[in-house]
Ligand binder design. Sequence first.
Ligand SMILES: Nc1ncnc2c1ncn2[C@@H]1O[C@H](COP(=O)(O)OP(=O)(O)OP(=O)(O)O)[C@@H](O)[C@H]1O
Length: 262
Amino acid sequence: MPDPAVASVDLAGIRVAFGGNVVLDGVDLAVGRGFTGLIGPNGAGKTTCLNVISGYLRPDGGTVRVTGEEVTGRPPHRIAALGVSRTFQSPRLVPNLSALSNVMVGAHRHFRHGHLAELFGLPSARREERRQEERARELLTTFGLGDVVERDAGSFPIGTQKIIEVARALLNDPAVALLDEPAAGLGAEDVERLVAGLTAWVTASDSAVLIIEHDLGLISRLCPQVAVLHFGRIIQFGRPDDVLHDPVVVEAYLGADFAVDG
Ligand SMILES: Nc1ncnc2c1ncn2[C@@H]1O[C@H](COP(=O)(O)OP(=O)(O)OP(=O)(O)O)[C@@H](O)[C@H]1O
């Protein structure tokens, strides 16, 4: 497990209850550079963890640190400003904007020049925008979408829209990217596109990427480490091979029928 002192995300004793329903019951999780998988049965509290990290939900107890800074209870835009980006289970793209423009929406917090420079179309702001466009184009190319960047996002199948949203979350190397079931609803071709894009991207990046996913094959391929959430607690953390074959995990979460190829 990454050293919490240097981890990009460090959750300590996170507790969340909705009325009498305790959803997170003392979650400790440290996430470092590269991919970390977060798995668990439906309703285990995985998305709730992401909501706590990204500031969409204030925990009832515990602390959240991002790159060492305590951010517990801060609103989402302030946590985003520290370099935390996220996706949602259902993609939130602007359907009548191009794929390229949708990815560039993720760029705006990084613009070095102020909103006034943008508003008045100053050369510095235009140069910055061109640089961002170039990066967005490269990123979409990494995900196999280089030929269709000008197409309206809403005209793509849902799986491709999810990949565009992942690309948006990765623009400008976020310190932390939180991906909520990026492969759900994707066809085989899009899954390969996603895996290839993420693999190529992470090798050139210092970011920490936390991926919630039910596709355990994908988790095994991408993530050197995986955490298992069960009844609001992390019950196991380690290499996928070890974790997914751990009798406690198999018994508690995956059920008797569970098997991972390889
Ligand atoms: N805003 C809310 N109000 C009340 N209950 C909530 C709220 N958000 C989540 N829950 C409940 O918290 C529990 C955990 O939900 P969460 O979405 O975090 O689970 P999950 O592990 O991401 O599940 P899935 O794999 O199905 O997406 C569920 O029982 C859910 O109904």
